[in-house]
Write a protein that binds this ligand. Structure first.
Ligand code: ZN
Length: 141
């Protein structure tokens, strides 16, 4: 499973929630997402390797990854800030996008626990970028 590149129409599709009991069916997808999250890439959504499921992965360090399953942004702060972004699916393209500085996200982990976290700054921008992927929205029109 390789990266899907712009302007492939699949990138515009809306991903579906996965059921708790089906989590284990997607282990191979997570393996492929990790494989493609190399170099300077910070985050990847399942749709970028062709799976229409509401899952994305954010890299914290070389070995540590955070998996977000069925994430929802339940709160957004008032302030927005410019975020200079690229996308694995759109090589050599960068642009400024206004993102919320702070958000609260609810999501499931791989162990099926439900989490609610407050996030600010750079990682908040990454999560908003990936949330857009789950809804078929790209940084390039
Ligand atoms: Zn992207």
């Amino acid at each position: 499973m390789n990266i899907i590149y712009f302007p492939n129409k699949k990138l515009r599709s809306i991903s579906k929630k996965i059921k708790l009991k089906e989590f284990n069916n997607y282990n191979h997808v997570i393996v492929y997402m990790k494989k493609n999250l190399i170099g300077n890439n910070i985050a990847i959504s399942a749709i970028q390797i062709g799976f229409r499921i509401r899952v994305f992965l954010v890299k914290k360090s070389f070995l540590k990854h955070y998996l977000f399953i069925n994430p929802i942004i339940i709160w957004r702060g008032k302030k927005k800030k410019k975020s200079y972004e690229g996308c694995i699916s759109i090589p050599n393209y960068y642009r400024n996008i206004k993102r919320y500085k702070t958000i609260i996200v609810e999501y499931f982990c791989k162990n099926k626990s439900y989490n609610r976290i407050f996030i600010k700054g750079f990682i908040s921008f990454c999560i908003q970028h990936e949330m857009d992927h789950l809804n078929g929205i790209l940084i390039k029109v």
